[in-house]
Design a protein around this ligand. Structure first.
Ligand code: AKG
Length: 260
């Protein structure tokens, strides 16, 4: 695996802060179109067997840019889990409420996350997935979240065809309504760490990752240490931010292999 496709320190820090990372792999000509056409033609949802119905999906997961992000975040022995799902939003389908996936067993360390692959361009009218960066360490009851409406800082994943959005498993998300005449396709994959890191598995630069804190440039921080310290996507205040910072730092040390 060429280092060219691994993430760098700032990318890892941003993932820990925001809970997502977008990859736009250069896929072979026509691959997205072939996948989208096969999905359009499906008459039932095959559940986990979507990769048998559309085997070309493996070419997306096997692309070096996708693998590079996975190795960087989960280590070289990451597992593609057997559960996966085709989310087809039909024209006219309504919005999906805010929620976190799973059964409320949350993990503040980076051991699993989702990869959302979109085979077509996604416009605002097509019912994009909407995420709320920075919410991944905030466990919230789903019935309460369902009553939330517009959350400040939400990001619609209006992405170009072929994008894979890696999202922290616990990130708050939902969808907009599909107001377009097109089916909106997304395939959700799950990935899991199989062993603790003993060293960074990304393109780590010890010097760049340990720059001193610079209060004057905190909003524009571009290096891992300052991103981890100062970025605040939810705009929370003092103790809330301190708690989040502590979790980020614990994660960073974990990924650096310090607790192994
Ligand atoms: O269809 C989407 O964009 C999101 C699906 C979703 O929220 C989920 O799988 O939990």
């Amino acid at each position: 695996m060429s280092d060219r496709f691994l993430l760098n320190d700032a990318d890892i820090a941003r993932f820990l802060v925001n809970g997502y990372h977008l990859v736009e792999p250069e896929l072979p000509d026509g691959l997205n179109e072939t996948i989208a056409a096969q999905l359009d033609a499906l008459d039932h949802n095959p559940g986990d067997a979507i990769t048998e119905a559309v085997p070309e999906l493996w070419q997306v997961l096997d692309h070096p840019a996708v693998k590079g992000a996975l190795i960087s975040l989960l280590g070289a022995d990451y597992e593609v889990q057997s559960h996966r799902h085709w989310h087809c939003k039909q024209p006219g389908a309504g919005h999906m409420n805010w929620h976190q996936d799973g059964l409320n067993s949350r993990d503040t360390l980076l051991n699993r996350f989702l990869g959302l692959y979109y085979p077509t361009d996604i416009t605002p009218e097509m019912g994009p997935t909407i995420i709320v960066p920075g919410t991944q360490f905030r466990n919230a009851p789903t019935d309460r979240m369902a009553t939330y409406t517009n959350i400040r800082g939400q990001v619609p994943l209006t992405v170009k065809a072929g994008t894979v959005a890696f999202t922290h498993y616990d990130l708050w998300h939902g969808t907009a309504a599909n107001r377009s005449p097109h089916k909106r396709h997304m395939i959700k994959f799950l990935f899991r760490r199989t062993r603790d890191n003993t060293a960074p598995t990304w393109n780590h630069d010890p010097e760049d990752a340990s720059k001193t804190r610079d209060w004057n440039k905190r909003a524009e921080a571009e290096d891992a240490n300052n991103i981890l310290n100062f970025h605040n996507p939810l705009g929370v205040s003092q103790s809330d931010h301190y708690k989040e910072r502590a979790i980020r730092r614990q994660n960073w040390d974990y990924l650096m292999g310090k607790s192994a």
